[in-house]
Design a binder for this molecule. Structure first.
Ligand SMILES: *Cc1c(COP(=O)(O)O)cnc(C)c1O
Length: 396
């Protein structure tokens, strides 16, 4: 389809395929400048749009999955099992064992997984990783989001759980511990946070005399943003922090936000403007459910396109979504700005992470998604969901 963004129907998401590819490749290249063996795992939960998974696969990413559904999705879009990183507590026994036997990178998260390992054939040789609990307040206090920025995930070295898990692994003659996994998304995404987490991981590796093949440093990085750490900066910190012995391990990262946030726009149109309480209520066909499903953003990277010249108004404009939720309000335009009018467009930028993967089917079903190809043309890659998709598998 050859049309400009201004003609695309609203509301819809637009994936900039070139931006996604650039982010993937530059993270991989930055790591390869510093290490011999690297893996970039695309965090599927951050944006599980099948088209994105294919782009990630075609540009060398592994799929980082955190449930048996995501595991099945990664297989469905064509990732070989050996290019899957299987994390999180929501594994099924069947997929867990299959993944290990087929050479996936599997990081143990729960005690039940340690029990399931006993079902692996005794005549085989298998590798697993284990997730280490990281308490940001303890490991890197300057990066904490709040007091006691603890984690529900991973086995804690402090409590003794980690050692207990190691002992259970040692009982299994056919299983080797090949990797250590750390992952936290810190509030600051700072270089210091990774330096401290790596120092902590290294101290644990030394304390328990672990002989590993990989170090999986998880996600939580900034994508391309002015005045923020770059992929090169993160790779540089990894290299400077790791001791020589550990520099030879395979370095795995699992970026979500850093790869997809900047690759998506969301376009919307003003459908109505009302006035009362000394302010304008601008209704658009967007919904906050699409681009801020956690309802904690206060503003967005955005562009406003006026259809025709408008008047300056001396009252605020409350720009809202289309649902009947009173709190479906997106942002406020200050006094003294041009009044929005029916047909004006608002384009939200950098909305690819934790947005469309979290959209509820509330009032308005999933919106259309287009991809913008490198040559500037647009192609519909997901139809808008209708009542037919909504009703599937339901009795009525
Ligand atoms: C969510 C998640 C990621 C991705 O985190 P970002 O902050 O989006 O980079 C990576 N690894 C694991 C285990 C996760 O749960």
């Amino acid at each position: 389809m050859n049309m400009s963004k201004n003609c695309l129907p609203t509301p819809s998401f637009i994936l900039d395929a070139l931006e996604l590819k650039t982010c993937i490749e530059s993270f991989g290249k930055s790591l390869l400048h510093k290490f011999h063996k690297v893996v970039v795992g695309y965090s599927v939960k951050t944006n599980s749009l099948p088209y994105c998974l294919t782009v990630a696969k075609n540009h060398g990413c592994f799929a980082e999955v955190v449930s048996y559904h995501e595991y099945a999705l990664a297989l469905k879009v064509g990732f070989p099992v050996s290019h899957i990183i299987y994390n999180g507590p929501l594994k099924s026994e069947e997929s867990f064992l299959e993944a290990i036997m087929s050479g996936a990178i599997v990081n143990i998260e729960t005690w039940r997984e340690l029990k399931w390992l006993r079902k692996l054939p005794l005549n085989g040789r298998y590798k697993v990783g284990i997730r280490l609990n990281v308490d940001i307040s303890a490991v890197s206090p300057a990066d904490e989001n709040h007091e006691n920025d603890d984690s529900r995930f991973g086995f804690s070295a402090e409590s003794g759980d980690f050692e207990k898990a190691l002992l259970l692994l040692k009982e299994l003659p056919n299983v080797t511990l090949a990797g250590l996994h750390t992952h936290r998304t810190s509030k600051t995404r700072s270089l210091d946070f990774y330096r401290h987490t790596l120092e902590y991981a290294q101290s644990i590796i030394k304390q328990y005399g672990l002989s590993l093949e990989y170090l999986d440093l998880g996600g939580g990085y900034f994508g391309p943003m002015p005045n923020k750490p770059t992929f090169e900066d993160y790779a540089d910190v990894f290299q400077r922090t790791l001791c020589d012995q550990l520099k030879n391990l395979t370095i795995i990262v699992e970026p979500g936000n850093a790869l997809v946030a900047s690759a998506f726009d969301y376009i919307s149109e003003v459908i109505d403007v009302k006035y009362h309480n000394h302010q304008y209520y601008v209704t658009t066909d967007a919904t906050r459910n699409d681009i801020d499903p956690f309802f904690h953003k206060e503003d967005y990277f955005k562009t406003i396109q006026h259809l025709s010249p408008s008047t300056i108004v001396h009252d605020r404009q409350i720009v809202s979504g289309s649902t009947c939720l009173e709190y479906d309000r997106l942002f406020t335009v200050d006094k003294g700005e041009e009044l929005l009018q029916e047909g004006d467009r608002i384009i939200y930028h950098r909305v690819g992470a934790y947005t469309l993967a979290l959209t509820p089917l509330f009032i308005h079903y999933f919106p259309k998604i287009y991809v913008k190809h490198a040559d500037g043309t647009f192609e519909l890659i997901r139809e808008e969901w209708s009542e037919n998709e909504f009703i599937q598998k339901s009795k009525y």
